[in-house]
Design a protein around this ligand. Structure first.
Ligand code: 13P
Length: 341
């Protein structure tokens, strides 16, 4: 276990004004995204799309690391450079999603537990050999009538802690992601209370499993209102609730916290991150977005090589906006200026 390497990796991941690009959509999720713009989801199109993202000029000014899917870690640019190598050469750290997805939890209707622990310690060693220096495991917590149950919260926390231990043994920094979904009609207040239970359970398990807090990155959701709730909590309230629950539950020893966008609009994901950074926190707070960085790029690309430059421009704009938000320096006017440009 190389703790010095993990210290360096974690620090670089959350360096000032930089965040992560989540490009680790499984083939199934990728199909959903591609379907929405009429692109066939085959291996070559997935490769071409990822190449478009990773080769965006100046991406390394705003993005410190990219989370890859297993297939992508084994793919290369058109001229034959392995993606992990390409990213590393450009000062971007390659990461890898290692969970096997959230599956229905037996005897717990409406709830999910993430699978993928079998043979994980060996897989982590293999991923290190392939260049991955951080990893991701996503657990899903659903809010509804009578859920989440403590059984679901604890089963997912336990799996996240075992995953984190396997990562660290292989000198890979674990990103632990307990995503509280925004599906449903709950209030932001209820979301905050579910975050409290989820994060308390997670750090209890992490400490019990001997995982080094100094080498863990939390990937958190935000305390937003359920997407079907007609009364959406304003940006300031979301920022205040999210920061409060994080301060109550997350040890200050963590090197940083990154956020998922979870289906928020692009601009809300940026505005929330910016508002939290303006309030100030004991850890660097930055982004690890998939949809809130990529949606505009995918729409501009639509599978046409001739659209690549426009897609990269739209993508880089979102990366730059979120980089400003990671420093608490974003302004809504900057979005309008970009549209006018
Ligand atoms: P979104 O930003 O689209 O929620 O994706 C982030 C992610 O990696 C979810 O696991």
């Amino acid at each position: 276990m190389d703790t010095k390497l993990m210290t360096e990796t974690a620090r670089a991941m959350v360096a000032a004004g930089k965040g992560l690009l989540a490009a680790d959509e499984s083939a199934g999720t990728c199909k959903k995204r591609f379907d929405s713009v009429g692109v066939e989801c085959n291996e070559e199109n997935r490769r071409a799309y990822r190449e478009l993202l990773f080769t965006t000029p100046d991406l390394n000014k705003y993005v410190s690391g990219v989370i890859l899917f297993d297939e992508t870690l084994r793919q290369a640019t058109r001229d034959g450079t392995n993606f992990a190598e390409y990213l590393k050469k450009n000062g971007i750290i390659p990461g890898i999603k290692v969970d096997a997805g959230a599956h229905d939890m037996p005897l717990h209707p409406g709830e999910k537990v993430t699978e993928g622990l079998d043979r994980l310690p060996q897989r982590m060693k293999d991923y290190f050999g392939m260049g991955a220096r951080f990893a991701k495991w996503r657990a899903v917590i659903t809010i509804g009538e009578g859920i989440p149950s403590m059984a679901c919260i604890e089963a997912n926390a336990h799996a996240l802690a075992r995953y984190a231990a396997a990562c660290q043994e292989a000198s890979i920094v674990p990103v632990v992601e307990p995503e509280v979904l925004l599906d449903g009609n709950h209030t932001a207040e209820r979301s905050e209370s579910v975050h409290q239970d989820t994060l308390e359970a997670l750090f209890h398990e992490i400490e019990r499993h001997g995982v080094s807090l100094e080498h863990v990155i939390l990937k958190a959701s935000m305390c937003v209102s359920g997407k079907d709730n007609p009364k959406q909590a304003p940006v300031a309230e979301v920022a205040e609730r999210t920061l409060r629950v994080l301060k109550r539950t997350v040890p200050a020893a963590l090197p940083g916290i990154v956020f998922l966008s979870g289906g928020q609009t692009d601009e809300n994901a940026t505005a929330h991150l910016d508002a939290m950074n303006r309030l100030g926190a004991p850890w660097p707070l930055t982004f690890s977005y998939s949809r809130a960085l990529q949606a505009v790029a995918l729409k501009a690309w639509r599978g046409q090589a001739g659209n690549a430059a426009a897609a990269q421009k739209a993508f880089l704009h979102r990366a730059r906006m979120n980089s400003l938000a990671a420093k608490g320096e974003w302004k809504a006017e900057l979005e309008k200026q970009a549209l006018a440009a």
